[in-house]
Design a protein around this ligand. Structure first.
Ligand SMILES: Cc1cc2nc3c(=O)[nH]c(=O)nc-3n(C[C@H](O)[C@H](O)[C@H](O)COP(=O)(O)OP(=O)(O)OC[C@H]3O[C@@H](n4cnc5c(N)ncnc54)[C@H](O)[C@@H]3O)c2cc1C
Length: 404
């Protein structure tokens, strides 16, 4: 059977956060926009993000919250579409949202409300959304005028010719939500450089006695300072750590996972806001109970487990200062060597991706392939935890949408 050929001004592959934002923006400019996605529903990641409430942006977004080989790359798009622009958009639709710690904004009810807003915007902008459609091939044409098609795409249903082709297919995290390496394959087809990928914002796993320790404490959370060091970076976050059956998770651990490399240690200060040594020395003087002191900060279960790992005579008055110093050091400089990350199945994002030197930071067009654009997470741009990854999707989608 001969497949029909359709034409559109803009074809966007990927109906996720960045693709829908790009589609609505281009549609409002009067461009004929078609969005394709192989998944049965649009924007699956928005639906499950932020525990079902989607942390859709942050009150304060600066380039420092992003990891990219070129740290200047994110500046232009973030400046042109800021958190307030997205807040204004959701306000126009009457979305109820709330601010949580560290400026994070979440939906009050369901993340699905946000998908509804994006799809409504696409409807109003005249965008065609087609799901359950896979792309078989992309061919570059040689248009003689800007009005002629620059790409011919073959799907399982038809051919589509377009002037601008936007790759918004995201990255590898959460394959069960139809994440794929499609964007990287397209980059390879057009000879674009790529930064090696690895899971980010991901729990860390442990082996041996520390795995048993974590397993036993699974479900317990502590406010800690967590750090990692290598020759280039020294990074710390003060956020919660959560013990799991395989190791450690929680916001602080997810944040540090973006900087941790296999083989490296992480250092955890279990009482970052306490002068531990000074207080232990006072306890020694006053002959007060160490266990009672620890249990001001920790649960009984964690205190017991810690003292099993790092035994100390509970009558500090009988101990030499060096032993108290060692105990304080163990609490404030707890060193762990994670064996691995929990992988793409559990990672919120993918570090690395299409090298940002290959695309314009203004509109995300590939420098050597006019008409081809990459936006969102497929690029080598990863935000910290806190709504920054969605803000990147909105900002990059908007910037490309103004040009495509
Ligand atoms: C569990 C989880 C929780 C998260 N929570 C947050 C949060 O609260 N705040 C935050 O800022 N970020 C969060 N993130 C990260 C955020 O979801 C992503 O950074 C963001 O969705 C990236 O947008 P994107 O448009 O680049 O890709 P996506 O939103 O992933 O969209 C990509 C789209 O492309 C489609 N696609 C993929 N391959 C193909 C193909 N071959 N053909 C056709 N279509 C294809 C997919 O089906 C998908 O619809 C979370 C991620 C996960 C996994």
């Amino acid at each position: 059977m001969r497949l029909k050929t359709n034409t559109t001004d803009v074809l966007i592959i990927g109906a996720g956060a960045s693709g829908l934002m790009c589609a609505a923006t281009a549609g409002y400019r009067g461009r004929k926009v078609w969005v394709l996605d192989h998944a049965p529903k649009a924007a699956a990641k928005i639906r499950i993000s932020g525990g079902g409430k989607c942390n859709f942006t942050n009150q304060v977004v600066t380039p420092n919250e992003f990891i990219c080989q070129n740290p200047h790359f994110v500046k232009s798009a973030l400046a042109r579409y800021q958190p307030q622009d997205f807040i204004d958009l959701v306000d126009r639709h009457g979305l109820e949202y709330e601010e949580r710690e560290l400026g994070k904004l979440f939906c009050c009810h369901r993340a699905g409300d946000l998908i509804h807003i994006l799809k409504t915007e696409c409807d109003w902008a005249g965008v065609t959304l087609q799901l359950k459609t896979s792309v078989k091939s992309i061919a570059k044409l040689t248009p003689k005028t800007p009005d002629e098609a620059a790409f011919r795409i073959e799907t399982n249903e038809c051919f589509i010719e377009c002037q601008s082709l936007v790759i918004a297919t995201g990255a590898l995290s959460f394959p069960k939500l139809k994440a794929s390496n499609f964007g990287y394959q397209v980059a390879e087809q057009f000879g674009l450089r790529q930064v090696p990928v690895r899971p980010g914002l991901v729990p860390l796993t442990l082996k041996g006695k520390w795995r048993d320790f974590c397993q036993k404490l699974s479900g317990i959370a502590l406010d800690v300072k967590i750090s990692t060091y290598n020759e280039q970076t020294e990074k710390s976050f003060e956020e919660a750590l959560l013990f799991t059956h395989q190791g450690i998770s929680g916001p602080g651990v997810l944040q540090i996972s973006n900087y941790w490399q296999p083989g490296q240690a992480i250092e955890i200060n279990l009482l970052p806001n306490v002068d531990v040594l000074a207080e232990l020395m006072q306890l020694k003087q006053s002959n007060a109970s160490l266990i009672r002191w620890l249990q001001q900060f920790w649960t009984k279960k964690f205190t017991q487990a810690w003292l099993e790992m790092y035994p100390i005579a509970t009558k500090l008055a009988d101990l030499p200062n060096e032993e108290i110093e060692r105990f304080a050091q163990q609490i404030t400089h707890w060193i762990l060597y994670p064996s691995d990350t929990a992988g793409y199945d559990k990672a919120e994002v993918t570090l690395g991706g299409v090298d940002t030197d290959e695309v314009s930071s203004k509109n995300f067009e590939v420098k050597n392939v006019p008409g081809l654009y990459f936006i969102g997470e497929v690029l080598d741009v990863t935000g910290h935890l806190g709504g920054y990854n969605f803000q990147w999707a909105w900002s990059s989608g908007f910037a490309a949408g103004q040009t495509v």
